[in-house]
Design a protein around this ligand. Sequence first.
Ligand code: NAD
Length: 484
Amino acid sequence: MVSRVIPVDSFDLVIFGGTGDLARRKILPGLFRRFCAGQMPPEAQIVGAARSEMDDSGYREFVAEAIHEFAGPLSEDAAQVEGFLERVCYVAIDAKGEAGWEELKSKVREDLVHAFYFSVAPSLFGDIAERLHLHGLAGDESRIVVEKPFGKDLDSARELNATLAKHFDEHQIYRIDHYLGKETVQNLMAVRFGNVLFEPLWNAQYVDHIQITVAETVGVGGRGSYYDASGAMRDMVQNHLMQLLCLIAMEPPAKFEPDAVRDEKLKVIRALEPVEPYHIVRGQYDKSKDAPGYRQDVENPRSFTESFLALKLHISNWRWAGTPFYLRTGKKLKARTSEIVVVFKDAPHSIFGADAGRHRNVLAIRLQPNEGMTLDVTIKEPGPGGMRLVDVPLDMTFADALGPEAEQATEAYERLIMDVIRGNQTLFMRGDEVEAAWAWTDPIIAGWTARSDVPKPYDQGGSGPEDSLMLMHRDGRRWRELKG
Ligand code: NAD
């Protein structure tokens, strides 16, 4: 199957933090892949802007290395790499001072789309926004892309929104959550709203419960001090899992347009009920025979920050009243997997009698690895011997079904950056959405802080603390097994 590549308008993309880890691993390799796909018009230009003193050729070397390390097999095509590097230049800039800004202004051409990617610490967002304005680079054709974390609570998110709003309109601000750029996440909307099959069943009457899991096998790595100040709630649930929850639970928007979609997501967040303490399980990975535990990793022997979190939520609206949503995320678990699982209710009556056992339809939407979906359907077990039933998955791994094109199209960052250039905000979070998510999150964190809640230790390479299994067992349910 051949995917259509629609070239975008010509643009100047400035990456503040162009020498940082995110630029090196995701943004630059992603742009290179779009270049190879033929999506970049010939005049497009990418300007790295960061603190290091470097000239254009030094930066091109940096970009070439990033491509070779992170862009996959396409990086072996020397002519493509060369062609891409010709689009790249560099300005040494100080976000907090005057150095470099006039030079940057001279590189940004008139009458093109201007995108400014803030791939720097959030503490620099205000300085950069201010200087873009002072140097006449914040015109209506300019867009800014801001990275997570977007605040650490409601107050700081409001402050950040207010800072950006001084110089940019909401329609110019692209708050990135790379989960929304994943192929399957968009497919979730296609499956829900492009088929008649699912939507009639997508409610409390037919859905028993929904599980959302984002599990990692890695620990906190080199991000110890950052992570210890945030934990799984701020790092994963408030943003990524919340976005997935919104897409799975929202009402059909009237159109697939940015504000129509985001209005519906916002309604979901606002309909979330406060979470009871006994519906919250926090954990910390314990030390093992040959690996340090969470507290050693973050070098804080008295840390009470969670590296695992499981929650049971309710959405109080007509569609979902009574259907629980179970969310879980954690580090150092047995598999790296992100999955949304919709478990449908039992058939109202079994004509096959008790011996046929209990069978349910389960729709599992896998974000990683191997993006795809499976739908468990109940069939007759083949062979003689009466009517025995068995559940078999209808498996649609996108790479199998759609060919290598689908596999190549999986990088979220590149899709989202192209959306910025196109001016399409559908897959980006609006300011009020982020604030609503914090307004729901803050009291939960305040609650466990006030209770001096101590996270439960859990084994590395397992499924999280025992209490998380109990959260489900109490309701006669169980988590889907973590499989990589
Ligand atoms: P990094 O520390 O690797 O890079 C920071 C960049 O900012 C460097 O290019 C540096 O030169 C530049 N910089 C610092 N101070 C500056 C100043 N005063 N003036 C101009 N430039 C300055 O950081 P990173 O990991 O690339 O992260 C960048 C942003 O992206 C952060 O907000 C981070 O939270 C977010 N983020 C990163 C990742 C990731 O995987 N690295 C993932 C999600 C979000």
